[in-house]
Design a binder for this molecule. Structure first.
Ligand code: T5A
Length: 218
């Protein structure tokens, strides 16, 4: 059994996952935890190659099932190479997107059977399931606008380019997951004020840590 903690961040495009993952990692390190920050898809040498295939705007002809298997391929690699060893060493792993992204994007977004996705997720990650999942909830058009602004001239990737209705289904998917698994999946409303959102994320993590048994610190 792992001794560490796996915290995942989820949400629609531009909801602030990267920003708040970085901030919570710094916060946890200050508290004395050994923290590993990873993101999906990618995060490993092999995973990065898979990420390039997945997100390249040139791969418009990719069919939904290929997309699904590629996300799973990147995930099983990062779990085997980085996440499981870090958890076994008693570290806190903060992962920007994980199993729930596939349930929402390929399930709610693409319409692939959710039960089948969960079976594949289980095959890809085994026992490495999140202890806490924070969904940063923002209205989809606002998130997309922020993601676009951040690109500053770069072209949106293959998935960012999809219609608003696709991204709206993703948000609905996350809200449904939070209703189905309220113990693990916590919604944090994204405020216009980044600091306010940061405080809400910290509060959520602190509450989780208080409920947990003490773990190995640096
Ligand atoms: N995907 C992924 C699947 O389809 N299936 C899967 O199984 C997996 C794992 C990955 C793509 O792959 C899809 C989902 C994605 O489409 P990515 O490039 O890794 O793509 O991008 P995303 O994960 O979508 O992340 P983004 O970079 O688009 O957005 P973030 O990380 O949510 O947002 P962030 O932190 O970069 O913030 C965006 C901007 O908003 C500002 C920030 O300063 C930044 O400028 N911001 C705020 N502004 C105002 N108020 C706040 N509270 C703010 N917080 C942040």
């Amino acid at each position: 059994m792992s001794k560490g903690i796996l915290v995942t961040f989820e949400g629609v495009e531009g909801s602030g996952k990267s920003t708040h993952c970085e901030r919570i990692c710094a916060y946890l390190e200050k508290k004395g935890f050994e923290v590993v920050h990873v993101h999906e898809p990618g995060g490993t040498r092999i995973g990065q190659q898979v990420r390039n295939i997945l997100l390249s705007g040139e791969n418009e002809e990719m069919v939904d099932r290929t997309e699904l298997f590629l996300f799973m391929a990147s995930r099983s690699q990062i779990v085997g190479e980085l996440i499981r060893p870090a958890l076994n060493a008693g570290k806190v792993v903060v992962c920007d997107r994980y199993i729930d992204s596939t349930v929402t994007y390929q399930g709610y977004g693409r319409g692939i059977d959710e039960k089948f996705i969960k079976v594949l997720n289980k095959f890809a990650v085994g026992e490495v399931v999140p202890d806490l999942t924070i969904v940063l909830d923002v209205e989809t058009p606002i998130g997309l606008k922020r993601a676009k602004k951040r690109l500053s001239g770069e072209k949106p990737d293959r998935i960012e380019k999809l219609k608003l209705s696709f991204h709206q289904r993703i948000r609905e998917g996350y809200l449904a997951l939070a209703r189905a698994e309220p113990g693990r999946v916590r919604i944090v409303d994204v405020d216009r004020d980044i600091k306010k959102t940061e405080r809400a994320v910290k509060k959520c993590v602190d509450r989780f840590l208080q409920k947990r048994k003490p773990m190995k610190e640096k």
